[in-house]
Design a binder for this molecule. Structure first.
Ligand SMILES: Nc1ncnc2c1ncn2[C@@H]1O[C@H](COP(=O)(O)OP(=O)(O)OP(=O)(O)O)[C@@H](O)[C@H]1O
Ligand SMILES: [Mg+2]
Length: 226
């Protein structure tokens, strides 16, 4: 899928100014940038959920998991996940997702009685088991404890071999370690490239208006702190 000259205004203010890009058919794209810069707005437009100017070419099938999710009905976890067809082309994928996110522990419970992290596990399972070409996940790590963060990251690494994950994240270490491509949003610009190309001290210090330090582990891997 490609997008060209995407422009979005909220009221009189231009939030996204003529962004263009390509979304490959596999891999992980991490979208990073400050609060209010337009990350959610861009993904919503690419998902066709809000109006935009510009064009989207070679439209792929996609799903979008919003930043904030609420369950409005007292539906049971298994009934809710049962709404997703079981025809995923990757054999065993649904089972693997449920196992990693410990969905069995939540079955039979009403979704609106679950804790924040438990609900997020259900929402992530709901998104991951869909057979779409692109999975857009807006801050998927929110509410997850370290174990489930790790398991979720492992699941998207597997999923990225047969579809494209576009995730919005604030943790630069995760963006650096788990992405094929990073989209860094700055005022009216989208910088796209590999983590090494995009997540540079110069770019980060300008975009976040704060001093981001880049260190190296003894194995040579970069890590970030503020
Ligand atoms: N429905 C709306 N009406 C008016 N302004 C909006 C609307 N939705 C978003 N905005 C504005 O558009 C800008 C971009 O918002 P967006 O939600 O895309 O930011 P974000 O990069 O996802 O930030 P965050 O990291 O806080 O989630 C913000 O200034 C926000 O106030
Ligand atoms: Mg957002």
């Amino acid at each position: 899928m490609k997008f060209k000259n995407i422009k979005i205004k909220q009221g009189q203010k231009v939030i996204i100014n003529e962004y263009s890009g390509t979304i490959p058919t596999t891999g992980i794209i991490s979208v990073v940038g400050p609060n209010g810069i337009g990350k959610t707005t861009l993904l919503k437009a690419l998902a066709g959920l809000i109006p935009y100017e510009g064009v989207i070419l070679d439209q792929a099938t996609l799903t979008y998991l919003p930043q904030k999710n609420r369950f409005y009905d007292a539906i049971k976890v298994d009934e809710f996940l049962g709404l997703v067809p079981t025809n995923h082309p990757q054999a065993g994928w649904r089972k693997q997702v449920f196992k990693q996110l410990d969905i069995a522990d939540l079955q039979g419970k009403n979704v609106n009685t679950l804790s924040g992290g438990q609900q997020q596990r259900v929402w992530l399972a709901f998104s991951l088991i869909q057979s779409k070409s692109i999975l857009m996940l807006d801050e998927p790590l929110t509410y997850l404890d370290l174990k489930y963060q790790q398991r979720f990251l492992s699941l998207i690494s597997t999923a990225s071999q047969f579809c494209t994950i576009i995730q919005i994240v604030h943790d630069l270490n995760i963006a650096n370690q788990y992405s094929d491509i990073v989209w860094l949003l700055t005022v009216k610009t989208l910088l796209a490239g590999t983590p090494t190309q995009v997540l540079t001290a110069t770019n980060l210090n300008i975009v976040f208006a704060t001093t981001v330090k880049i260190h190296r582990t003894s194995a040579g891997q970069r890590w970030f702190s503020v």
